[in-house]
Design a protein around this ligand. Structure first.
Ligand code: SF4
Ligand code: SF4
Length: 361
């Protein structure tokens, strides 16, 4: 594949990542791996695999690509497409056991919501370690096998925000500007500009706008679009459209902003009102929760071999700690006091509408 084709593929897979882009699952050598080289596992989203291969330049390792429905690790793990079953199957059928003399596999940290490390070990005798959140940190992690605080936390950089903006803007433009071209061609260009600006604005600023943020986006976008339409001398239909279009886009772009990024909990699911709880008496200081929490909510209390849930205010209710704790010391509690058992979180994953219906097997 030449550079132009690679660039086009990168753009298309970023812009339309709402759709699956599967690549062939299986075992791939990276560099010159030998029987003591590390084994890294990821899902079969083509974009992730290509970027990972690039990030691992200079590293000798085995890369095991597990079937995740062609979608990224965070969505696949949270949604029941990259689960214990897929990981165990990949370990057993890829031939990796004949290539290495150890039995340790490193998963992306964001797979911890869906892949139960203890069950992988019970079913395959492979030990799971959760590596860094960001694949760019993998070479440094492989040097020490220790994660720094920064490696455990989701950063959501400007580059990632731009990619999310593109991911929402591109399909929205295709649909809405396509309709505009058909019914009112002169509206297509202003609509494309509005979609681009609103996508960029929402994904750059939304999490920094406080609790009234949806109203802020609505008022700002409607006012701006209406003012521009008025100054441009638009007629009544276009003035109405300048109010309706940004209002619609506000709803669309902010609807699952939180749930589609690993920086906040989903805002419209029943789980938004759940709180994380810690039963200290059950804790035996295994530190899995500390290892997998993308918001660094836990601190290690080495003296007492426990964790402290020191920053529960940061919790995004991803469930990774609940899924991984072998002592069931962590669980969610609903507003009415009902306890949601850890096994419910382990077994049933969210579907796209936020219902826990997907049995992760
Ligand atoms: S809460 Fe669970 S996972 Fe965390 S340290 Fe205690 S026993 Fe380990
Ligand atoms: S404390 Fe909250 S954010 Fe951290 S792993 Fe647990 S559920 Fe996720």
């Amino acid at each position: 594949m030449n550079a132009l084709e690679t660039l086009a593929r990168e753009f298309l897979q970023t812009a339309f990542r709402l759709f699956p882009w599967p690549t062939e699952p299986g075992l791939r050598p990276i560099g010159q791996p030998d029987p003591s080289s590390p084994v890294l596992l990821t899902g079969n989203f083509d974009l992730t695999v290509r970027r990972l291969v690039h990030a691992l330049e200079g590293v000798d390792a085995w890369l095991l690509v597990a079937p995740s429905g062609g979608i990224n690790v965070w969505c696949a793990s949270s949604g029941g497409h990259l689960t214990t079953h897929q990981v165990v199957t990949a370990l057993k059928t890829s031939g990796v056991a004949e290539k290495v003399k150890h039995r340790q596999v490193i998963l992306p940290q964001l797979a911890a919501t869906g892949v139960l490390a203890l069950d992988v070990f019970r079913r395959s005798r492979w030990k799971v370690r959760f590596g860094p959140v960001d694949m760019l940190d993998i070479p440094a992690y492989l040097e020490t096998r220790e994660k720094t605080d920064a490696m455990r936390r989701v950063r959501f950089t400007l580059g990632e925000r731009m990619q999310m903006a593109l991911m929402w803007a591109a399909p929205t433009m295709v649909v809405l500007c396509g309709l505009a071209l058909f019914f009112a061609p002169t509206w297509a260009a202003p609509l494309a500009a509005l979609i681009a600006l609103m996508s960029l604005g929402v994904f750059t600023l939304y999490d920094r706008l406080g609790s009234a943020r949806r109203r802020i986006v609505l008022v700002a976008s409607v006012s701006l679009a209406f003012a521009v339409a008025l100054l441009a001398g638009a007629g009544p239909p276009a003035l109405v459209a300048s109010v309706v279009a940004p209002a619609f886009l506000t709803g669309l772009l902010t609807y699952d902003y939180s749930g589609s990024t690993p920086i906040e909990g989903g805002s419209h699911f029943e789980e938004r009102a759940w709180n994380i709880h810690f039963d200290e008496a059950r804790c035996e200081g295994i530190y899995r929760c500390w290892e997998v929490c993308p918001e660094a909510c836990f601190e290690r209390d080495e003296a007492n071999r426990k964790v402290v849930l020191a920053h529960d205010d940061r919790c995004i209710r991803c469930g990774a700690c609940v899924v991984q704790c072998p002592k069931d010391a962590l669980f969610f509690q609903a507003q009415d006091g009902a306890r949601i058992e850890p096994d419910v979180i382990r077994k049933f994953k969210l579907n796209l509408l936020g219902a826990r219906r997907v049995d992760a097997g």
